[in-house]
Design a protein around this ligand. Structure first.
Ligand SMILES: [Fe+2]
Length: 307
């Protein structure tokens, strides 16, 4: 059973720009580069949580999911294999790169690589923010944050992520425009969500949560004043996880939701909801958002809209 979102790997021609961006705007710090020159971003005591590999184009490289220990990981791998998921064991090189004790990987039905791990390296009291912050990032048992993936078919995505992988439905947002499902694997309202865009696959955003409302406010000031990175969606509050957040540009086409105050869910008592709007108020689209819908996504061959 997956217990948390552990890390995210993307590739980008602008990997180098993440050094300034992650520290000065997000408040993260840099870890040692990967062997290919990947810029690695640290937001807590884990060795690193975000890797940006240098490459010619923006790509979603991998999403890392942690299990609590080796017994949990191996029984989960056996369960997935029995369900027909083709899992590959990571070699010594990938274990070293990801800084984990054990790793298996698979490709989801939409061509995205997911990695299952335990034993992500961590050094207690090793994180101090890259810019003045009142608090820290909300991680720990809740994991890195959440990812919202773009999928061509919501039903097929639900069959895979919920029925096969075992993510539990938190709720959905469904209207003429929106069709999303949100899933939890720990107390965070969602660690994974899927948004349907026919014919497309990829990632829409990564969410990072800060403990202090002031640190969200400071981020608004910094992004407002920054000449290079814009706020894509204005301050707003989501209907489902009640996160108050902004969505911001990164040096790559990935966007980051920078949020505060998301609710916790208890899987034993949680009742899944259904909403027709993603936000109670705010989250207004900027011109930059309208000009180029953010996210790293591509056409998935063999699907309806891509033909
Ligand atoms: Fe989000």
């Amino acid at each position: 059973m997956i217990s948390q979102l552990a890390y995210l790997g993307i590739a980008s021609p602008k990997a180098e720009e993440w050094r300034q961006y992650a520290t000065r705007l997000l408040g993260a710090v840099l870890a040692e580069d990967g062997s290919d020159g990947a810029v690695r971003v640290k937001v807590d005591d884990a060795g690193y949580r975000i890797a940006v590999h240098p490459a010619a184009e923006d790509e979603l490289r991998y999403v890392g999911w942690a299990c609590n220990n080796e017994t949990a990981l191996r029984s989960y791998v056996a369960e997935l294999r029995a369900k027909g998921v083709e899992l590959h064991e990571g070699d010594a090189e990938v274990l070293k790169e990801r800084q984990v004790a054990e790793l298996y990987w698979f490709t989801d039905p939409f061509g995205n690589r997911h990695e299952l791990v335990w034993g992500q390296h961590s050094t207690p009291n090793s994180f101090f923010p890259g810019r003045p912050m009142r608090g820290r990032f909300v991680t720990g048992d809740l994991g890195l944050g959440h990812v919202v993936l773009i999928v061509p078919d919501l039903q097929a995505a639900d069959d895979f992520y919920a029925a096969t992988l075992g993510f539990r439905l938190s709720d959905r947002v469904k209207s003429d425009i929106f069709n999303l499902r949100f899933y939890h694997c720990n107390g965070r309202h969602h660690s994974l969500a899927v948004a349907e865009i026919p014919g497309m696959t990829g990632i829409n955003h990564l969410m990072l949560e800060v403990e202090s409302f002031d640190d969200l406010g400071t981020a608004i000031d910094l992004f407002t004043e920054d000449a290079d990175r814009e706020i894509l969606l204005s301050l707003g509050r989501h209907t489902n996880d009640l996160m108050t957040s902004i969505y911001v540009q990164t040096p790559s086409s990935l966007q980051i939701e920078y949020g505060h105050g998301g609710i916790a869910v208890d899987d034993l008592t949680w009742v899944a909801g259904s909403h027709d709007l993603p936000s109670i108020w705010g989250h207004h689209r900027s011109q930059a958002y309208i000009d180029g819908p953010p996210g790293i996504f591509r056409e998935l061959e063999g699907t309806e809209a891509a033909q």
